[in-house]
Every structure is written in structure tokens, then in C-alpha cells.
Design a protein around this ligand. Structure first.
Ligand SMILES: Cc1ncc(COP(=O)(O)O)c(C=O)c1O
Length: 393
């Protein structure tokens, strides 16, 4: 299968119940812009996923289902084959409504109102929202921007922990900056959190989307003697572009914590998988590796293309160095415009829909997030429009 050819000419997503292409009037006030905002891909999922859904749909009866051993094996084998991580099936918990819903459940299960929860900023907005909307106190730990990309300010992180800090909501790899944290960085964070009895919830939905020469290390995999109790969340939703087929898997090796979470899941009666989510996830994990390998190359080349275009034509706007995700974090600060002014130019003059950096917290001031998971042709068209508008500013 020539996946590059498929990525080069993705399906038309307009009028396909698609937020990214159908909701631009609501989000940006015009329908005809190039949407590079919400984090899904323009690409079709691996063909085996569609095939598996079709086959199950043709059966025609959609009564109560159950979680099969094959589904669990597909997840365990994926972690073993792709990440060389041997997980025991008993360490897995399942939260069918999805990752953000799982984070919300964990915040409610593991902390009380008024507790402090620390989040690194800029941050994927729902991670901050679940803290604030559940009456917990959000502690923002700003990441440091260097020439090589974002780094963790460990001293500041430690200085922000108090006896009221109960949870660290970690994003790894990191949305929006695209950082793939090293094992050393994870170990340092783990040791600090352990010292302060802070549980770690690590949202790792971008774990499979990393550049060729990089490795993702799951937080849950760290040696037990250096880390506090923790939960890692993974999902097929980002990897295979299946956000409308929600599910999530939680990996927790701490027995006490696992029992507490399972108890909460049982009590809330959230156990039944969406049938098509399960069928799609199983097929994706079983057969999706070749597709994923080519996808990673395609995204990596899109990132290089974006960088080249900006460096050659609009060096005042900089792509922040990153090693994973399909997100590009663009630094517009040298233009000395407010985010509102930049956004107005992007929408009204360039006709491009990006995410405003301020949605990711105050540290996002001067930045915009661009989604690289589109055809290279569309990416170049969009970037050239941005260049045309800003090169004279
Ligand atoms: C870090 C992170 N977590 C979670 C999600 C969404 O996951 P779900 O659709 O399973 O709730 C996203 C989507 O962009 C994300 O970037």
C-alpha cells in the first residue's frame, strides 16, 4: 500500500460531521478558511480499521457486547511491539468514554475540592479545565523555552509543591509544544513527586506519534522505587485518527491505586465499550503499524517543510523545535502584535484557522498552534498565505 499517496490526497471532509472542516463559521466567523486547528488528522484510518467496522456493521445486530481477550491482547501486544514494554493485562483499566473523561474521573477520584493540582504550561486546555471546573486549585508550572525547544524548570516545579498538592497532571509527549520527554526528565519529575506524595496522572495519547530517531518512555514504566503511585493513559484516538470512536486504556501498576480507580469505574457503571470503538481499536493495534510508520515520516517531512518555508520567507515567525505529536507551536512574538491582532490577520487576511496560544494559558501569549496532519499540498498553501500576510509587517 502506498500510504504517502493516500496522505497526499485525503478524503474531502466537508459535510462529514467533522468539527475541523464544518464548524469554521462558528469558530472563526467564516467557513472558507483552511482549518489547521483542532487536533485530528485529515487522513483516513488504516484500511483494516474500516474493514473491521464494515464487517461488524454488516452483522446488523448491535446488542450488549463484552470486552474480548483479543481486544486486551491487541493493546498489550502493541505496547510490547512498538514500545518494548511488557504490560500485564491485570495492570490495565478501561475507560470507554475517552481520555479527557478519564482524566476528569481521576481528578475526582484521587483529589478533593480545594486540593492543588499541578499542570505544566502552555497546556492542552482540557487538562486545566478539569482542574478548575471540579473546584480544585490549578498550579501552573511554566515550561522554559530554549533554542532547543521547551525544557522543565525542575527547581520551580519543586518549589510550587505544597502539602495541598495531590496530583500532577502530566502530558507526555506534550501538547502543544511537541516535546517528547526523556527518561531522565521523567525520573527527575518522579523523584520530586514521590518526595511530596504527589500522584501522577500521565496523559500519553500522543505516545505513538514521535519522530523517527526518538523514543517515548511511558511514565508508568519507571522503576518503582523512584516514582510515586501513578496512572498512564493511552488511546488509539490520536495515533489512528479515531477521535469519534472514543475509548481509553489506563495502565496502573500500583495495586491500591488501581483498586480505587476500578471501584470508581464500577460505581459509575461505565464499563461497556462502544462496540465500534472496540472493533476499530483492536484492528488498529493489530494491523496499523505499517500505516503508522509511514504516517510518522509524512508528519516529520511536513514539519521540516513548514520550518524551511518559514526560515526562508518569514524568519520572524519561528517553529519551536519538537520531537513528536502532529502539532507545531509557532512563535509570533517578534512581530510584536497582540494575539488578537495576529488572529485577526490569520482569519481575515490569510484565511487560516489556527489555535490561539492564549487558549493554552498565559505562557501561550505570542504563540499559535498549527496542525501538521494534513496533505503537504494544503500545508504549503496555508503557510504561503501566512507568509504573504505577515512578511510585510
Ligand atoms: C493530550 C491530549 N489528551 C487527550 C486528548 C483527547 O483525547 P480523547 O478524545 O480520548 O478525550 C487530546 C486531543 O487533542 C490531547 O491532545
Amino acid at each position: 500500500m502506498n500510504y504517502k499517496k493516500l496522505f497526499d490526497s485525503p478524503p474531502n471532509r466537508r459535510n462529514s460531521y467533522c468539527i475541523k472542516w464544518d464548524k469554521n463559521q462558528t469558530k472563526f466567523g467564516r467557513d472558507d478558511l483552511i482549518p489547521l486547528w483542532i487536533a485530528d488528522m485529515d487522513f483516513a484510518a488504516p484500511e483494516q480499521v474500516t474493514q473491521a467496522i464494515k464487517e461488524r456493521a454488516e452483522h446488523g445486530v448491535f446488542g450488549y457486547s463484552y470486552r474480548t481477550d483479543d481486544y486486551v491482547d491487541a493493546i498489550v501486544n502493541w505496547l510490547g511491539n512498538i514500545h518494548s514494554w511488557q504490560v500485564e493485562p491485570r495492570q490495565l483499566l478501561f475507560y470507554p468514554p475517552g481520555t479527557v473523561a478519564a482524566v476528569n474521573m481521576l481528578v475526582n477520584t484521587l483529589t478533593e475540592e480545594g486540593d492543588e493540582i499541578i499542570v505544566q504550561t502552555p497546556s492542552y486546555p482540557p487538562l486545566m479545565n478539569v482542574v478548575k471546573k471540579n473546584g480544585r486549585t490549578l498550579i501552573e508550572n511554566p515550561l522554559l523555552l530554549t533554542d532547543k525547544g521547551y525544557r522543565i524548570d525542575f527547581e520551580k516545579f519543586e518549589s510550587q509543591l505544597t502539602e495541598k498538592t495531590k496530583l500532577f497532571l502530566f502530558c507526555s509527549p506534550h501538547n502543544p509544544t511537541g516535546r517528547v520527554w526523556s527518561k531522565e526528565e521523567l525520573s527527575r519529575l518522579a523523584k520530586i513527586c514521590k518526595r511530596y506524595n504527589v500522584v501522577v496522572v500521565s496523559d500519553e495519547v500522543h505516545a505513538d506519534l514521535i519522530e523517527e530517531n526518538k523514543r517515548h518512555f511511558h511514565f508508568e514504566r519507571l522503576e518503582h522505587d523512584i516514582k510515586p503511585p501513578s496512572v498512564t493513559i493511552i488511546s488509539s484516538c490520536k495515533t489512528f485518527n479515531m477521535a469519534a470512536l472514543p475509548q481509553s486504556t489506563l495502565i496502573c501498576s500500583d495495586l491500591g491505586l488501581r483498586r480505587k480507580i476500578q471501584h470508581q469505574i464500577n460505581n459509575s457503571q461505565i464499563n461497556l465499550d462502544g462496540l465500534f470503538s472496540a472493533v476499530a481499536t483492536q484492528a488498529a493495534y493489530q494491523f496499523g503499524e505499517p500505516w503508522l510508520r509511514e504516517l510518522r515520516e509524512y508528519i516529520q517531512e511536513n514539519r521540516r517543510t513548514l520550518n524551511r518555508l518559514l526560515q526562508d520567507n518569514l524568519p520572524t515567525v519561528k517553529l519551536v523545535p519538537a520531537e513528536g505529536t502532529y502539532l507545531a507551536w509557532l512563535d509570533f512574538r517578534e512581530l510584536r502584535l497582540t494575539n488578537a491582532e495576529t488572529e485577526k490577520c490569520l482569519i481575515e487576511q490569510a484565511g487560516i484557522g489556527l489555535y490561539n496560544g492564549l487558549d493554552f494559558g498565559e505562557t501561550g501569549d505570542g504563540f499559535f498552534r498549527l496542525n501538521l496532519a494534513c496533505s503537504r499540498y494544503l500545508l504549503c498553501e496555508a503557510v504561503n498565505k501566512i507568509i504573504d500576510v505577515f512578511k510585510s509587517q
